[in-house]
Design a protein around this ligand. Structure first.
Ligand code: ZN
Ligand code: ZN
Length: 342
């Protein structure tokens, strides 16, 4: 019998088909081939992107020239623009404001063929540091209330350029989904005086049925009520509400578990496209006792259809207990791991 499961944080219901649980090879995934051709994100083509906002580069190299490790530029086709004052107004019963915001592209590595899962751990950590540094910088702008980091890997997941990159959008409002998480975790905190995410981590580490992997600082789990097959959350084991509070040692541990998780997904799902998002506390709301930052990774294996749009329910054909077991049992190539460290 299928099961209805409720997410403990935002009370979102999902339908899990426990009977005909789809296994990794039941999903038909055509791996994407690198097509090459002209790429504005490749070294040597820096002049074809908007000027760089930030870059980690070799000493003595000039901005907008080769020699960078991670490079951040404005999105050429931004969803929101940075210039101008924020203007909120009403039109009768309707509210609107002008489209102020930041829309940046984080070019993760100079190598056109690299993906996050093939990067060395130090190179992966550089990407994670870049997220932090951009959040810290944009948090100083009083017009922004939220900085959302996300990634679309693969065309089916929304990536328009094949060179691996993440994106950032700075928003004058806290997005609805984050607001739901904040309200849900605040309600739990008021009732129990505990963080709902900390409660979840404690229980998952005890049960272990949905744990994919862990290290000293982090745990990767398939959540109890996942929207998508093989959805994975990566959470710090200790309570932190802001991503930017992570220590340097923490970033290396995050790179380690994140890389491992993506490699497991790549193997299980034949390099399926995926999205991930970083959920952290809104800017200027630091050290919240009730909120806990995390990454949510969602492989793109199913389509959102009428029922999902109309109901807000997701239908997930793979129970997270099965997904976690498949992912745990994957033998990661020791050679690849060593190569990733060197
Ligand atoms: Zn490229
Ligand atoms: Zn917590």
């Amino acid at each position: 019998m299928p099961e209805l499961r409720k997410d403990p944080i935002i009370s979102r219901w999902v339908i899990i088909s426990t009977e005909r649980g789809k296994r990794p090879h039941d999903f038909v995934v055509e791996p994407e081939v690198v097509k090459g051709g002209f790429c504005p994100f490749c070294p040597g083509n820096e002049h074809t992107t908007p000027p760089e906002i930030m870059a980690y580069r070799d000493p003595w190299t000039a901005p907008n020239t080769p020699g960078w490790k991670v490079r951040v530029v404005s999105n050429k086709f931004p969803a929101l623009v940075t210039e101008g004052e924020l203007d909120r107004r009403g039109e009768g019963m309707y509210d609107l404001m002008n489209g102020i915001g930041a829309h940046e592209v984080i070019i993760e590595n100079p190598d056109h063929r690299a993906t996050l899962s093939t990067l060395s751990l130090p190179a992966f950590a550089d990407v994670l540091y870049a997220y932090r540094d951009r959040i810290l910088d944009l948090s100083r702008d009083p017009r922004f209330r939220y900085i959302l980091i996300f990634k679309n890997q693969g065309r089916a997941a929304g990536a328009s350029l094949e060179h691996s990159h993440s994106q950032l959008i700075g928003l004058p409002i806290v997005p609805e989904l984050v607001q739901e998480e904040l309200s849900g975790s605040l309600a739990h905190y008021r009732l129990k005086e505990r963080c709902v995410f900390c409660d979840m981590i404690r229980q998952e580490l005890q049960d272990r049925t949905r744990v994919v992997s862990e290290n000293d600082f982090f745990v990767a789990i398939c959540p109890f009520a996942p929207r998508s097959p093989f959805e994975i959350w990566i959470l710090p084991k200790n309570h932190y509400s802001s991503y930017t509070d992570l220590s340097d040692a923490g970033f290396l541990k995050l790179a380690e578990i994140f890389s491992e998780t993506l490699r497991r997904l790549d193997i299980a799902l034949n390099r399926a496209p995926y999205n991930f998002i970083l959920h952290t506390a809104p800017v200027r709301e630091t050290q919240l006792d009730y909120y806990h930052w995390h990454f949510e990774i969602m492989p793109k294996l199913t389509l959102m259809a009428g029922f999902e749009w109309g109901s807000g329910f997701f239908i997930n054909p793979t129970p997270p207990e099965d997904a976690a077991r498949y992912l745990r049992e994957i033998q990661l190539d020791a050679g690849a791991a060593t190569a990733a460290v060197s």
